[in-house]
Design a protein around this ligand. Structure first.
Ligand SMILES: O=C(O)CCC(=O)C(=O)O
Ligand SMILES: [Fe+2]
Length: 368
């Protein structure tokens, strides 16, 4: 059982910002502290509409998370990764990619990149929601002393996401809880809190894979929360086709729409293509530690267009489509297929333009 007082850990130190002049994306800042004010949601919804139609990535502030709480999560992540590989990589603690199950540990250096001899430099660990239905999923006993604070962080993360879902529902003129009810904390889903570490690679190796640390993709789920980080490398493909860096937003969480929300909204809410590249010279020597909450659709939720009056008016959905009695594609089926298709290989190969289907959903795994 977690102890009431969590043990001390070496305090993680946030790396300095780069002094290299990079081509930064213009990211809207949505201040959620005004959410409960009269008219607050409506105003934020308009700001968000603009953000998702220009860059697709946005940041939220006023989330209630203190810098100390966020640093603590990084400290936990750092201490976890500092342990020997044999402890982290026990078979029962690993992600079971054959089943499309992303809970648990993913080791670095096990897959090749784009058919070269260069190895994947990412290790990560995904922690499920703290609900009884997920109690038997892999969870490293390293986390035991910290479980109560990790659980609180996980629950508060989804609460932030819920506010954003409410804004999306307002934008689409749906009942305010249309999306948040499909992502309830107590309902089983593939949501996870993630600590993720990129290990720097020698420059010659990076050169062989076009400096790719994570290939261009769109996120699988509904919404991704990425605690702003100073080590540059994350880039988005802007709507005019150029790649721009996501800038650090102090105290902010970077958010992006995932493909599930794009399916529900028939593309009105766009899941922006992004990738991670080798950081600039003044940041490339250290590890790049990231903290995320990936929101996935509830296991039993149907991934089908939402009956949005706005989407109807825009001609993006028709009544026939809404009445269509097609077989349901559930959140669990969809997410598991995607994880399997992306990760259950020995190589993160170049897969540009390749499509696959889950039910009636057409999916491109590597965005061109
Ligand atoms: O590390 C990052 O900044 C982004 C990672 C990412 O896009 C992902 O894991 O889906
Ligand atoms: Fe991503």
């Amino acid at each position: 059982m977690p102890s009431a007082i969590s043990p001390e850990l070496p305090k993680w130190k946030r790396p300095a910002k780069t002094s290299v002049a990079l081509d930064w994306a213009d990211i809207s800042v949505i201040d959620l502290s005004t959410f409960d004010e009269p008219g607050g949601k409506e105003k934020l919804a308009e700001e968000l509409r603009h953000a998702v139609q220009t860059t697709g990535f946005f940041s939220v502030t006023g989330t209630g998370f203190t810098d100390e709480e966020v640093t603590r999560q990084y400290s936990i992540g750092q201490a976890y990764f500092n342990r020997p590989l044999e402890e982290k990589a026990k078979p029962e603690l690993r992600c079971d990619f054959g089943k499309g199950n992303y809970f648990g540990y993913r080791a670095a250096n096990e897959k090749r990149i784009q058919g070269t001899e260069v190895l994947d430099n990412i290790e990560s660990v995904n922690i499920p929601k703290f609900i009884p239905q997920l109690a038997s999923e892999p969870r490293d006993s390293f986390f035991d002393p910290y479980l109560s604070e990790i659980e609180e962080f996980s629950r508060r993360s989804l609460a932030i996401a819920s506010k954003i879902f409410t804004l999306f529902a307002l934008i689409l003129e749906l009942p305010p809880d249309y999306f948040s009810s499909r992502h309830a904390y107590e309902s089983k889903s593939e949501d996870h809190l993630r600590y993720m570490l990129y290990h720097p690679r020698p420059e010659e190796q990076d050169a062989l894979v076009q400096n790719t640390w994570s290939r261009a993709h769109t996120d699988f789920g509904s919404l991704t929360l990425l605690w702003s980080q100073n080590v540059a490398g994350l880039q988005i493909k802007t709507f005019d086709g150029t790649w721009k860096y996501i800038p650090p937003v102090d105290g902010g969480i970077i958010c992006n729409v995932g493909d599930a929300l794009q399916f529900w909204s028939k593309g009105y809410l766009k899941s922006t293509i992004h990738r991670v590249v080798r950081p600039p010279p003044d940041q490339v020597d250290g590890d790049r530690l990231g903290l995320f909450y990936f929101v996935r659709p509830g296991d039993n939720v149907d991934i089908a267009p939402a009956p949005s009056p706005l989407l109807r008016r825009l001609g993006l959905i028709t009544d026939a489509e809404l009445q269509n009695d097609r077989p349901k594609v559930t959140g669990l089926q969809y997410v598991r297929e995607r994880v399997k298709n992306y990760h259950d290989h020995t190589d993160y190969a170049d897969r540009k333009g390749q499509k696959f289907r889950v039910g009636d959903l057409e999916i491109e795994d590597e965005a061109a």
